[in-house]
Ligand binder design. Structure first.
Ligand code: AMP
Ligand code: ZN
Length: 475
């Protein structure tokens, strides 16, 4: 076992081994549930799902935890700081709690459609307020946080390693969207970030609110991940994942809060998925991230409505390395759908023809594992799959299905289910296929064609091959 993963902390690939042999403690920043996830967000969750599957393929047990950000957090300047959850709720005419649950359910449905396994522990921010308060208290007691009339802030001057993760001088620090925008004259440094917001001033009417030692208010966004990750995984995690935007604000803040509180390393491997981008809608060719606030987002439902299998999108994601930006175009999803469909057809054919495992597949197994172990090189893994299927076709040796199913433990393309569904057929249809074979033998072409047409009407396509007549459901 030699799994190498790119660690954002060290900016290089490193040999991965968990702290405790055999068990990987992994945390993924979950969704903000004030709107549908877009397929960019979903790319990031496909990445963490592939990572979890690869770890399992390597023989580890993965304790995977994901949060749900159901406490509203601040928007960018452009939104004038209105709470995203409340804005979403107001637009939908629903109560914030209802809307959070509605979009959370939609999110789980998207994950299921993409064959992304639900993490073992899912934790809602609204259900962990006491843990967040306790962590903030600990930071105050240790001198890492201070209170003003408006909020409790983390004091970055007390944590000199603050810029180590971004490797960006503090003056150039990107104060991204979600960073609080309110003017607070008592804030010591512009990059100090809020741990707790008091329900005063602009937040006077904030709907989600809780009591705290600093008055009624609500937690900052960053503290939620530190508090919940440490609750379920302990003070040092093996792996923490998220989208690449989190490298600049959210994750350095998580590190500062957690390491200041515990004095221990918070995360050993930080892994970030690159963005899904789309061509600029303004007419020039510049790529832009797909984003909720960019207004250019496509949901999984949009793809389904256009007739795409959600797993064709998963296939598209597998064709790009997770650290490379992936450009979404309608042509690219079309190509992925065609690629996925031919892989499904191969699996269905192999299931019907069968055969012993030929010796030449061993080399493909090795190549597949090597690709996975090289920082999840899925394009390489997919190339291995397609070369293997091509070789099987050329040699007409189809006993490779178990190998393909084994690879699918990482790919997650449901190849077994799809092959079984495509070839499952009831007895009356089997009888017709037999009758057609008899008719062909007797050179009764008219009857053979009649049966073929009859089956086609039922969505069953026949293919006459040297190994006999194969069938495949098309719907
Ligand atoms: P949010 O629901 O906005 O908190 O985002 C959920 C996840 O999606 C985070 O890990 C983000 O980093 C990630 N994300 C946001 N936009 C994109 C994008 N265009 N491509 C890939 N991941 C994204
Ligand atoms: Zn997070």
């Amino acid at each position: 076992m030699a799994l190498n993963l790119y660690n954002t902390l060290t900016r290089r690939k490193e040999l991965f081994e968990p702290l405790e042999p055999g068990i990987v403690r992994m945390y993924t920043c979950g969704p903000t549930v004030y709107n549908y996830a877009h397929i960019g967000n979903l790319r990031t969750y496909i990445f963490s799902d592939i990572l979890r599957r690869a770890l399992e393929y390597e023989g580890y047990d993965v304790l995977h935890v994901m949060n749900v950000t159901d406490v509203g957090h601040l928007t960018s300047d452009a939104d004038e700081g209105e709470d995203k959850m409340e804005k979403g709720a107001r637009e939908a005419g629903k109560d914030v709690w209802e809307i959070a649950r509605f979009y959370e359910d939609a999110f789980w449905r998207d994950l299921e459609l993409l064959n992304i396994e639900k993490p073992k522990v899912v934790c809602r921010a609204t259900e962990h307020i006491p843990e967040m308060i306790a962590l903030i208290q600990r930071l105050i007691e240790q001198g890492y946080a201070y209170e003003t009339t408006q909020a409790v802030y983390f004091d970055i001057s007390k944590f000199p390693r603050y810029t180590e993760f971004t490797r960006q001088p503090l003056e150039q620090k990107v104060i991204g969207a979600r960073e609080e925008v309110q003017e607070d004259p008592d804030k010591k440094h512009p990059a100090d970030f809020a741990l707790w917001f008091k329900a005063v001033g602009r937040f006077k009417n904030h709907i989600m609110r809780w009591d705290s030692p600093w008055g009624v208010g609500f937690p900052g966004w960053h503290i939620e991940c530190s508090a919940m990750a440490m609750k379920y995984l302990g003070e040092t995690l093996d792996i923490h994942t998220g989208g690449e935007d989190h490298i600049w604000v959210h994750h350095p803040n998580e590190i500062a809060q957690s390491e200041a509180a515990t004095g221990k390393q918070f995360v050993r491997f930080w892994m970030h998925g690159a963005f899904l981008v789309v061509g600029n809608l303004d007419g020039n060719d510049e790529d832009k991230r797909m984003g909720k606030s960019e207004g250019n987002f496509i949901t999984l439902q949009t793809l389904i409505d256009k007739g795409y299998n959600p797993l064709a999108y998963r296939y598209a994601c597998l064709m790009a390395h997770y650290r490379q930006k992936l450009r979404f175009t309608w042509d690219s999803i079309e190509a992925a759908a065609a690629g996925y469909s031919s892989l499904q057809q191969f699996a269905a054919r192999a299931l019907q023809i069968g055969g012993n495992e030929p010796p030449w597949v061993a080399a493909y197994r090795d190549r597949f594992r090597a690709a996975i172990e090289d920082d999840l090189n899925m394009p390489q893994a997919m190339a291995t799959v397609s070369e293997m299927t091509r070789e099987a076709e050329t040699r007409r040796e189809y006993g490779v299905l178990n190998v393909l199913y084994d690879f699918d433990r990482v790919l997650g393309l449901k190849l077994r289910e799809s092959a079984e569904a495509a070839t499952s057929i009831d007895l009356s249809i089997q009888t017709l296929i037999k009758e057609r074979e008899e008719a062909r033998k007797a050179r009764n072409w008219a009857r053979a064609d009649e049966i073929r047409n009859q089956l086609a009407e039922q969505g069953i396509v026949l293919e006459d091959t040297p190994s006999g007549t194969l069938w495949r459901r098309t719907r």
